[in-house]
Design a protein around this ligand. Structure first.
Ligand code: FMN
Length: 189
């Protein structure tokens, strides 16, 4: 199953193919492939080449994975627990060199995540971001430092059978992907 974007204007194939699936197969991601995903993330552009992103991950069937699942909200737990790997994306919000506030930290961490997602798409993997987690619980569990903040949790895995999903996730899996037309968010001055 694919849910390629039906675009008005032509775009890169990886952008068309990337989507946030919730059904994961039993196949696990190798350490080699995981390293490639993080390498792709690390080559994102960032303000002053600060590279403010950090990642903490856990593989399925480990205590770390169960800990991360326990911090997800009920709307994510039922499907995300079947992912191969859960990744916590963290933004360091100050410049390491001078301690000053880095206003681009979340932006640049999102850039790194986008790289990771497109690399995953090219490798036939699903990467699904989640903002639905208990922020206090996860921050405490991972002992996230002051001036660092969790951007999202990412579920990684190979695509599975949508029939295995319970509702309402199954219907969402099969629904078409939609976007605003560019005229709604573009203004020429
Ligand atoms: C920062 C962020 C947080 C998100 N949080 C959730 C979430 O908690 N649960 C979920 O099922 N999807 C979540 N999503 C996925 C979005 O719902 C999805 O990207 C959007 O509906 C567009 O669909 P597409 O990625 O398939 O194009 C999140 C995406 C992002 C980027």
């Amino acid at each position: 199953m694919t849910k390629e974007a039906v675009t008005v204007h032509p775009v890169n194939q990886l952008i068309r193919k990337r989507w946030s699936a919730r059904s994961f197969s039993e196949k696990q991601i190798s350490q080699k492939d995981l390293n490639t995903l993080f390498e792709a993330a690390g080559w994102a552009a960032s303000a002053g080449n600060e590279q403010p992103w950090e990642y903490i991950y856990a593989k399925k069937d480990t205590p770390g994975f169960d800990l991360l699942v326990s911090c997800l909200l009920p709307g994510n737990q039922p499907w995300a627990k079947h992912a191969s790997i859960l990744v916590v994306s963290i933004a360091r919000q100050y410049f390491a060199g001078n301690g000053k506030s880095n206003m681009a930290a979340f932006h640049d961490t999102g850039m790194a995540n986008a790289h990771l997602f497109l690399q995953a798409t090219e490798m036939g993997l699903i990467a699904h971001a989640m903002g639905g987690f208990d922020r206090d619980q996860l921050t405490n569990a991972l002992q996230i430092k002051v001036n660092e903040a969790i951007a999202c949790v990412i579920a990684l895995g190979y695509l599975g059978d949508p029939e295995q999903l319970e509702e309402p996730f199954k219907s969402r899996e099969l629904a078409p992907r939609v976007r605003k037309p560019i005229t709604e968010f573009i203004k020429q001055i």
